[in-house]
Design a protein around this ligand. Sequence first.
Ligand code: NAP
Length: 478
Amino acid sequence: MLRAGSIINGKEVIGKDSSVHNVKNPYTGEAIGTIEYASKEDVEAAVTAAHQVFHSVMKTMPAYRRAEILRKASDLLEARTEAYAIMLAKEAGKPIRDGRAEVGRAVQLLRFASDEAKTMHGELVPMDAAIGGEQRLGMVRRYPIGVVAAITPFNFPLNLVLHKLAPAIAAGNTVVLKPSEKTPFSAVMLAKLFEEAGLPSGALNVIQGAGAELVPTLVTNPLVQKVTFTGSSQVGLSIKQMAGLKKVTLELGSNSPNLIFEDGDLDKAARSLVKGAFAFAGQVCISAQRIYVQRAVYPSFLERYIPMVEQLVSGDPLQEVTDLGPMITEEAALRAEQWIREAESQGATVLTGGKRKGTMLQPTVLTGVTHDMKVMCQEVFAPIVSVLPFDTEEEGIRLANDSDYGLQAGVFTRNISRALRIADQLDTGGVWINEISTYRQDNQPYGGVKLSGTGKEGIRYALEEMTEMKFIGIHYAE
Ligand code: NAP
């Protein structure tokens, strides 16, 4: 049985008389270990440690050293790929092949961060553009912001955590991380790995426990300068309200649309949308939730798509053959199943799937849906996708945009003019042409509009959000 706690100023808080919680394997339902929850005093101690280490060490640590730490962390992670992938399978129920892919991405992400630490540069301002500005030099330099509070969800326990830690360290900040209470062990493994890579004690602190209990204490602490949150829109909104004048980045939910035109590559679209809708049981923020297919090719798309969905192998995440594992909790799976039943009662048709056993929900394809059904207008965050026909380009764009969310969209067409026209008009933070909404690369700017959030991640862009610009002027006339 695993046992872990918070990590504050380099020490694991364990064996205190604090509350001990079981962490369950979502597939077997068995406890994989225990985690000791932090108190509010622990949160304050973690922020104080982060603040002190920022001022005493990180603020003045040279860029080459920060780059070395990040590079070492990526090498250590790469060497331990299997151990991390197994942990993701056990605590998040992630199929082992997807777990290895997540570790691979995390390794690259740390390398991007290592490179960015060395290349982050400022700019010169042409001061002589104004009368009286002669012989003045204006510079803009970026400085670390200080203590970053990072709050993360369960679905990518490495990547989503590193989307915050890696740019924070690259910039010279310190961090207090509150990982999901469902995936606490991989966060502890990461914190220990950073220490081994040479990150000073106290530069990365981890507090374990329920978000509703601990996050308000963390976010409202005056020593925290920046809050970066990934999770549901509802919680994101409450964090923004708590944060006051602090800088806030919110990476929130979505119900991503994918448009397939009659001139698109149907085989590629069908193949990639199987992964796009059902990877990690649909528990992905950019999962393909709404597929709109131009009417002329709608039947041929379904002829290709449904058999591929039915071939997916559901089962134990630790087995190599498994494509689809459990949902994170039985409660989440039950909620998703209820949305399917509700949609059916409102006139939708289940083309395949629709049944649940415990945390396992079958990959489900719906049609006959309308935009007021929960499976369409809310985020399903489950292995459920809806497919609808459309007629014209205008209608496709209107349907895709008819959402409270706007994270990323996919468009399949071989007509480049149409592709660019659509990209211009989609109300999303990102658009992929001839690729699914679910594709993300960690050096691209990534972040949504509307209920999908505010601010951007992607190492270089996150670095901008985790640094303060300072203007420095010199008047060199005698
Ligand atoms: P969540 O329930 O919003 O939890 C996210 C984090 O917030 C966790 O650390 C959680 O702690 C904490 N939290 C929960 N309730 C809170 C409250 N009332 N006050 C303060 N903090 C609270 O999200 P999730 O279920 O873990 O993850 C799924 C969501 O994340 C989906 O909506 C998905 O779209 C979104 N997501 C977005 C992106 C993106 O990049 N845009 C990426 C991945 C996921 P506890 O676990 O301890 O409750």
